[in-house]
Unconditional design. Structure first.
Length: 251
């Protein structure tokens, strides 16, 4: 039976420093995403949805990283990088929605979020935020897994507590930043336009940084998926331009 092994003072300090360093090294980019999410808070998306989604997605990343603690086989980085397809699909979905003709008020609320395809699901907003957090987590897993692999049960418990506290602080900082009048106004005006670009760029960076595209099989799979998404975007754009083209031909 496993017992909780409490670390000594030296190990405790090392564990705390390592946990804090690992968290900040892997979550700096989440601040920008949280700023965008919090800037879109409205009748549909609530602050609680963003916080719950961030914690849910981060918890999944930590749970996957526990494979290192349990001594399992480490997930290959290129395979983890396939998570980058998720933010790309969400971003392209947003672009397709914005190509549609003048939305109604209810559609306007729906288009404010980057998870339109999840509409109708229970807690769709929470799932949407969590999915983006998980998709942005290839670096988290690659850092947390080896970190946890050499920790004992007591050190692991301390690491998890620190991660939870820092994520709460992270959400609070992002929320407070959106309350700054100038920043809040800027994000309110441009946040919805930036979200698709940020999501697509984030997905591409994940694929590149994880060396996914260097593996022939994974590269073919990833490029095929992106190609299908772009085909859908192109078809939507064609439908949008069709009336104008027909008018030009009639002249």
């Amino acid at each position: 039976m496993n017992h909780l092994i409490l670390p000594g003072i030296d190990n405790l300090l090392n564990t705390v420093v390592s946990a804090i360093t690992a968290f900040f090294a892997t979550n700096l980019d989440d601040i920008f995403l949280l700023l965008l999410f919090f800037s879109r808070v409205d009748q549909r998306l609530k602050v609680g949805h963003v916080v719950a989604g961030q914690f849910l997605g981060f918890s999944v990343l930590v749970a996957v990283s526990l494979v290192g603690f349990w001594g399992g086989t480490m997930l290959p980085g290129p395979w983890i990088g396939l998570l980058g397809l998720l933010p790309i699909s969400l971003g392209i979905s947003q672009l397709i929605e914005r190509l549609e003709a003048a939305p109604t008020e209810s559609e306007e609320l729906s288009s404010n979020s980057p998870w339109g395809k999840l509409e109708g699901w229970p807690l769709a907003e929470v799932i949407g935020v969590a999915s983006v957090t998980m998709a942005n987590g290839s670096d988290n897993i690659s850092v947390y897994m080896p970190l946890m692999a050499h920790e004992n049960s007591g050190q692991l418990l301390i690491t998890l507590i620190i991660f939870g506290l820092l994520m709460g602080i992270w959400c609070l900082v992002a929320w407070k930043l959106t309350q700054a009048p100038i920043l809040a106004q800027l994000l309110k005006q441009n946040g919805s336009q930036l979200i698709p670009v940020v999501l697509i760029g984030l997905g591409v960076l994940i694929l590149v940084d994880s060396h996914t595209l260097e593996q022939r099989g994974l590269a073919v799979f990833a490029i095929s998926c992106v190609g299908l998404m772009l085909l859908s975007l192109t078809r939507q754009l064609g439908e949008l331009l069709q009336p104008g083209m027909a008018l030009l031909r009639s002249r």
